[in-house]
Design a protein around this ligand. Structure first.
Ligand SMILES: Nc1ncnc2c1ncn2[C@@H]1O[C@H](COP(=O)(O)OP(=O)(O)OP(=O)(O)O)[C@@H](O)[C@H]1O
Length: 670
């Protein structure tokens, strides 16, 4: 091998050794042959070949006491450079190792997209062409937006696998295809909840109850065992068919997914369901595992069609899931279910979905073969479950969440992983406070947004009306801001999220619709502009930053009328020290105040104009609908002239205010 190589790890199947059939990973430790260590050393003249003295060290193998002999392999170096990451004719890849660490993983399959997936995509394209796009399919705008969102993700080409060392995943014996997908994502190390729970969950023997802080990787903690098992079952089926066993008729619907719906994930919000679907897709879709997101706000017909395509994994919100389960539309048969996941059950109950959730649980075929996962960031689930386990006839449940837990027929072996610390927020979260008066609250917010320009900022408010006012004023101030709340159509919500994610707008105003579970990369700062109602809400809002070991900043606004509520919050959050104040540069506040005051006045005028226009339009529309003729108010020439004059003056005033504001905005703050 080229003399610049310090060590190479070959994942592949081209060896003659004594490993079992499914353990055909070859791990080869090569002796350093002098020279500097250089990444990308496969560019050397004899890259990909074992020969001479290098090959001798190949005896020094793999796994517990197993020895294998090497045979020489020839690999066309160009294929390493040019081919897709997953098609190295037997090898998955070469990786430079620092210290020659070795481990075994199961034999990888070439990671080509599954034929049924390609099939489905081709058919979809054809159909779309035939119908002249989605319009003829009776799908709603929301449905299209959701599909587009997912499509973007699925269509994204797998990035070239960079040099990520995956050895920390080896102890879990994950399927090599999963490791490969994790590698594409750059996930070299399992997060603590994954590390703790995967050994039990991957065995399939235990049900899992996991509590871990926000952004700690809970999704993959439940998704990886599902993907692993579905992959194995797909393999078995293919093997059996290859050996002449009976399988579903080629081209038939059942041939797409003979395994049926294997996993059901119930989650509180539409955005979260969509996010989980995408997260699973990133790991599993290229191996033909199909995940369907089922949420309200999409046309039911479209979702019935999605289900007819026989997904392996269904992720959804309780309301829509229940409708589909109940109405005999592809989800009525949950007999083949092997996994049931409840994500953030407390939130679902809080949102009034107790009934649907409880009906869904009644339909889940709990059995020794079905694995249940219950995950949350704040729920004190372990105690509930422990109680349930200890007492055969538990007393009447005190809370709705507790009674939901009672309905779940956990197996004997329930493993509880409580990784929440006394403080449930992320370790690298910096928590601060801004104490200010009600009147100056907006000026302080503007200070934060105007001076803290790094990364994305999420601003949480309790009321939609506050969001609307803030949006208009901050836009007047020229800030790149969008908003998300429950009174928007699904399409608007996705559009706002999209512009936040793609960097067009780096400030997002949100009600708690967005608080739980949303995983938006690069959120460096969370502002809680209005005090949250509960400590859970505080934790979940703050949890939108400092995710996956990143750092982040939380700024909590406290006004005098909230002082008592803040004390209670501190107590339940176990904040034993005072929160440090966010550093405000008071010398710039007068300048900010002048700008905000102008932006507010502009907002008042434009809003009253808009209101007036909406009112007139509304009267006209309704009158037309009722077949009435609205009589124009009798106005004499003087009245008309007066009105014109008033409008002109208003417009002039607005223009002056805008000019004045622009003049101030053009000046530097310091
Ligand atoms: N092993 C890993 N290494 C690096 N990043 C990871 C790993 N596992 C997951 N992530 C990333 O961490 C982020 C948070 O993961 P996830 O959304 O699963 O968190 P969560 O615990 O469900 O959070 P929440 O409680 O807020 O819903 C995601 O961007 C995910 O892609």
């Amino acid at each position: 091998m080229g003399d610049l190589l310090q060590g190479l790890l070959l994942y592949g199947t081209q060896f003659s050794g004594s490993l079992g059939e499914r353990e055909s990973l070859v791990v080869m430790k090569m002796a350093p042959v002098g020279g500097r260590k250089r990444k990308g050393a496969h560019k050397g003249p004899s890259a990909g070949r074992t020969k001479g003295e290098d090959a001798q060290t190949g005896e020094d193998l793999v796994g517990e006491g197993k020895r294998a002999k090497w045979k020489k392999v020839e690999v066309d170096q160009d294929s390493f450079l040019e081919e897709a990451d997953h098609d190295f004719g037997g090898f998955l890849e070469l990786e430079v190792l620092d210290e020659g660490d070795v481990g075994t993983i199961d034999a990888p399959e070439p990671a080509k997209p599954d034929a049924s997936v390609e099939d489905r995509q081709k058919k979809k394209k054809k159909k779309k062409k035939k119908n002249g796009g989605d319009a003829g399919e009776g799908s709603s705008a929301e449905a299209r937006a959701l599909e587009e969102e997912r499509g973007k993700d699925r269509a994204a080409p797998a990035k070239r696998v960079n040099k990520v060392n995956m050895k920390k995943w080896f102890p879990f014996h994950l399927d090599a295809r999963i490791v490969d997908s994790l590698k594409v994502q750059g996930f070299s190390t399992p997060t603590p909840i994954q590390k703790e729970s995967l050994p039990s969950s991957l065995s399939g023997e235990a049900d899992i109850v996991g509590a871990a802080q926000t952004g700690s990787g809970k999704t993959l903690a439940f998704a990886l065992p599902m993907i692993q098992r579905i992959l194995r079952e797909k393999d078995k089926l293919l093997d059996a068919q290859a050996l002449g066993g009976e399988g579903p008729k080629e081209g038939s619907k059942a041939a797409k997914n003979p395994l049926g719906v294997r996993a059901l994930v119930v989650t509180p919000t539409r955005e979260l369901a969509l996010q989980i679907t995408q997260h699973i897709d990133k790991i599993a879709s290229r191996y033909g595992i199909y995940t369907a997101g089922i949420v309200g706000g999409m046309s039911q017909q479209k979702q019935e069609r999605v289900l007819k395509n026989l997904p392996h994994i269904v992720v959804g919100t309780p309301g829509r899931l229940w409708e589909l389960i109940e109405s005999d539309t592809g989800l009525s048969n949950l007999k083949k279910l092997s996994f049931f996941v409840l994500d953030e059950a407390d939130r679902m109950v809080e949102q009034g979905h107790f009934q649907e959730l409880s009906y869904i649980i009644d339909r889940v075929p709990f059995s020794p073969k079905l694995q249940t996962f219950v995950f949350s960031a704040t729920l004190t689930m372990p105690k509930t479950v422990l109680k349930k386990k200890e007492s055969k006839a538990p007393k009447k449940a005190k809370t709705s969440v507790a009674s939901i837990m009672k309905k779940i027929k956990f197996r004997e072996n329930v493993q509880i992983f409580d990784l929440t610390r006394i403080r449930k927020v992320a370790a690298k979260l910096e928590e601060t406070v801004i104490n200010c008066s009600e009147e100056s609250r907006m000026e302080f917010l503007y200070f934060v947004l105007a001076t803290k320009t790094e990364g994305r900022t999420l601003v949480f408010c309790n009321a939609i009306s506050t969001i609307r006012t803030l949006l208009s004023i901050l836009e007047n101030l020229g800030l790149p801001v969008s908003a998300i709340h429950a009174q928007q159509q699904q399409r608007q919500r996705l559009k706002a999220l999209d512009s936040f994610k793609n960097g067009k707008k780096n400030i997002l105003l949100a009600t708690d619709v967005a608080a739980r579970g949303l995983d938006i990369p690069g959120v460096r700062c969370v502002v809680q502009y209005q005090l949250p109602d509960t400590s859970e809400t505080y934790v979940h809002r703050a949890g939108r930053t400092a995710r996956a070991e990143e750092d982040g900043l939380n700024i909590l606004f406290v006004v005098p009328k909230n002082a008592k509520q803040f004390m209670r919050l501190r107590y339940s959050l176990k904040m034993d020290k005072d929160l440090p104040s966010f550093p405000v540069k008071h010398s710039v506040m007068p300048k900010l105040r002048a700008r905000v005051s102008l932006a507010k006045r502009i907002d008042e005028i434009t809003r009253s104009d808009k209101k007036q226009k909406v009112k007139v339009d509304w009267i006209k529309r309704n009158a037309e609908a009722a077949g009435l003729v609205v009589e124009e108010e009798e106005k004499d020439d003087d009245d008309v002239a007066q009105e014109h004059l008033r409008n002109r003056k208003r417009q002039q005033k607005l223009n002056n205010l805008r000019q004045e504001l622009n003049r101030l905005l053009a000046k530097p703050l310091v």
